[in-house]
Design a protein around this ligand. Structure first.
Ligand code: NMX
Ligand code: MLT
Length: 474
């Protein structure tokens, strides 16, 4: 019964996405790039004064408009539902999921340039969209791809910093340490020390961000090869696009894996500003810490099991199901396993979400990828079975009432595993590489718009009790 609800929710979600695409396409196409300028930085140079004026007007004309009431529940409950951040690159709707600069995932798949032989969006195109709000042409994407390739050199001391750690250290620890070592080359830090005027902050931030986005796949691939392939690194291939080159440096040259990597990087890039990694990047950046410092901090948040590490947890959990119950497990047995997980005080990884109230469209598009390319994969079939079994069990539990549906992490592992990237502990690094696109795009706009130091008010339990007492007697 509940499964049918889940299927109909799934169908509703699909048809809603379909309807919205056709309804709003005409509007969105107007948004599309008309300039032939191939240089992303000069595009931003044009856009920034407009957006600065827009924000100034918003502040002076509507600065005192209220956005809602803050309740005690929100203060205690991780600020859920409290609007408190400006984040330009994407917006999350609880029912419909993410839109990157107004475009849903299916719309991005439709309008963003693809590789010559591919069907999935090129991450460079998504980056252009996140930064400018405009859909780039193929030529603009190619120019950005070349620009990133030309920025990708990583100094030896970065590898040495990683090598100082035991090779058994968690891949996220090695990756974040590598990103911290990249900070030595920060243009922003240098410019700040040289007394740069605040109106120019965005320019060295732009250089740092593009350099960082270009270099993180190299560092990430180094960590992978160090840990799992005897340190046998594969040099980058500058003729390949961003996603394909990352896959190549990891050691996967199958065209389908390259397509998966393009899709993976595109959909994990941004999820508005309140998630732990994005919020951390923005918070640290608000102190004018440079993009490397900000992004390394964000990665440390991503490494938590309730956030990005859930992708590791999902595959390990699925493998534990197979070990205990076999690949062709019945739904009854699967239900028992889910209940056993919950009874032992653990969460079912890959299910639930802080904001979403429906199946994550990032799950949906990965499912579509699997149906197209690997329909017979036994772990994909297990993931499909879990989609039938888990939501009703979580709902029956009574407390996961807001969202028992799968999130992005419920699906990504089985796709990677299919193409041979089987090392689950590494998965969050892939999420981190992708998230650099979203966090860095917003960091550039943070500096361009002169967004403020983040400093919300905190209170004590004494303060809350006194406040509530006063409120109830008033
Ligand atoms: N399995 C078991 N219990 C759950 C789950 C789950 N998948 N999801 C929520 N709950 C529990 C939650 O722990 C809370 O329990 P308690 O009152 O004892 O603290 C209760 O249900 C209510 O939680 P919600 O308010 O619905 O969800 P919340 O916003 O607190 O949590 C997550 C959101 C994502 C942290 C939670 O759903 C979860 O732990 N999911 C599993 C981990 C996961 O997949 N994380 C990845 C999220 C996506 N990402 O990439 O970041
Ligand atoms: C994300 O992609 O950041 C996660 O889905 C978590 C979130 O949005 O809260």
């Amino acid at each position: 019964m509940v499964f049918f609800r889940s299927v109909s929710a799934f169908t509703r979600l699909r048809s809603r996405i379909g309807q919205q695409s056709s309804l709003s396409n005409s509007v969105r196409w107007i948004q599309m790039q008309s300039s032939t300028d191939l240089d992303l930085k000069s595009q931003l140079q044009e856009l920034i004064p407009e957006q600065q004026d827009r924000l100034k007007k918003l502040k002076s004309e509507h600065g005192k408009v209220q956005l809602g009431n803050i309740t005690v529940d929100m203060v205690i409950g991780g600020m859920r539902g409290m609007t408190g951040l400006l984040w330009e690159t994407s917006l999350l709707d609880p029912e419909e999921g993410i839109r990157f600069r107004g475009l849903s995932i299916p719309e991005c798949q439709k309008v963003l340039p693809t590789a010559q032989s591919g069907a999935e969006p090129l991450p460079e195109g998504l980056l252009w969209l996140l930064l400018t709000g405009k859909v780039p042409s193929k030529e603009q994407v190619e120019a950005l791809s070349k620009d990133l390739a030309s920025r990708a050199a990583v100094p030896d001391y970065v590898y040495n910093a990683i090598d100082a750690l035991p090779s058994t250290a968690h891949p996220m620890t090695q990756f974040a340490s590598g990103v911290m070592a990249l900070q030595v080359q920060s243009e922003f830090q240098k410019a700040y020390e040289n007394g740069i005027h605040k109106s120019k902050f965005w320019e060295p931030t732009y250089e740092d961000c593009l350099n960082l986005i270009a270099r993180v796949p190299v560092v990430a691939a180094y960590v992978y090869r160090r840990m799992y392939k005897n340190g046998d690194s594969i040099p980058s291939d500058k003729s390949l696009d961003y996603g394909a080159n990352f896959s190549h440096m990891l050691g996967f040259d199958d065209e389908k894996m390259k397509e998966l990597m393009r899709l993976y990087i595109t959909i994990h890039s941004d999820h508005e500003g309140g998630n732990v990694s994005a919020h951390t990047g923005h918070l640290v950046g608000s102190a004018l810490s440079d993009p490397y410092l900000s992004f390394a901090a964000a990665l440390n948040g991503l490494a938590g099991p309730l956030h990005g590490l859930a992708n590791q947890e999902v595959l390990l959990w699925i493998k534990s199901v197979v070990e205990e119950c076999g690949e062709d497990v019945s739904k009854e047995k699967l239900k028992e396993y889910v209940q056993k997980t919950l009874n032992s005080g653990k969460v079912v990884p890959g299910y639930g979400h802080g904001v979403l109230r429906n199946t994550d469209p990032r799950y949906v598009c990965q499912r579509e990828f699997a149906l197209k390319h690997l329909p017979d994969d036994p772990l994909f079939q297990l993931v499909s079975k879990l989609y039938e079994v888990v939501p009703p069990v979580l709902t029956e539990l009574g407390k996961v009432v807001k969202n028992p549906w799968p999130n992005v992490d419920a699906h990504s592992g089985v796709l990677l595993n299919h193409y041979g990237l089987t090392e689950a502990r590494y998965y969050t690094v892939l999420f981190g590489v992708s998230r650099s696109l979203g966090i860095c795009s917003q960091l550039i706009w943070d500096r361009a718009l002169g967004l403020a130091l983040e400093r919300p008010k905190s209170v004590t339990m004494d303060w809350l009790e006194a406040h509530c007492k006063k409120a109830s007697s008033a």
